[in-house]
Write a protein that binds this ligand. Structure first.
Ligand code: ZN
Length: 193
């Protein structure tokens, strides 16, 4: 039995866009604007769902972008956050972005993490999570975010990960609404009743 290789390759347009806007985003809002623009382009190019994320160094250097690639890759784990974390770990050549707690990296995401991505965050080595749209905004257009602890923010903060919510939330919600309005696929897995 020959099993296929698992490879994560961002859509071609992401590199061109990243080169165009540059790699340094000093303000938190600049970083969020970058990922919201990525999510917008992801739906325009029909390369995935209306979600994007990126890992930035605390000083604002982009380390790796990520977009949702569930449908194009036929892979349910390729949420934007997972893609950004995995690529950043490749770029830096280590599984712990914090390098034993000495380096500070942010995960910036257009939407609060779902249950899977929430689980991945503490193992990634990021020290800050910055989100725009809320869980309820994603649920409103039909996406299943999974079961998360009510105090998921407190759970991350107890592990030393700062959480900032609602950064440019309105802009991210507009992208979610556009996806829904233009007939974007809501790709939840089948129910298990
Ligand atoms: Zn997720």
């Amino acid at each position: 039995m020959v099993l296929p290789e698992l490879k994560i390759s961002l859509p071609d347009w992401v590199e061109n866009f990243t080169v165009k806007v540059g790699n340094v985003h000093p303000q938190i809002e600049d970083r969020m604007r970058f990922v919201i623009e990525l999510s917008q382009r992801n739906i325009e190019h029909q390369t995935g769902g209306p979600f994007a994320a990126a890992i930035f160094h605390r000083e604002g250097n982009l380390i790796a972008p990520g977009v949702n690639m569930v449908m194009v890759s036929n892979c349910s784990i390729l949420h934007a956050e997972i893609v950004a974390i995995a690529l950043a770990q490749k770029v830096l050549g280590r599984y712990d972005l914090s390098n034993g707690g000495t380096d500070k990296y942010d995960l910036v995401s257009t939407t609060e993490p779902c249950a899977m991505c929430l689980g991945a965050i503490p193992w990634s080595g990021v020290c800050r999570l910055i989100c725009a749209a809320r869980d309820e905004d994603a649920r409103k257009i039909g996406f299943d975010e999974g079961s998360k602890p009510d105090d998921w923010i407190g759970e991350l903060e107890r592990r030393g990960i700062t959480v900032l919510c609602d950064i440019l939330r309105g802009d991210a919600v507009k992208v979610l609404e556009k996806y829904k309005a233009t007939g974007g696929t809501i790709y939840n897995a089948g129910s298990h009743e």
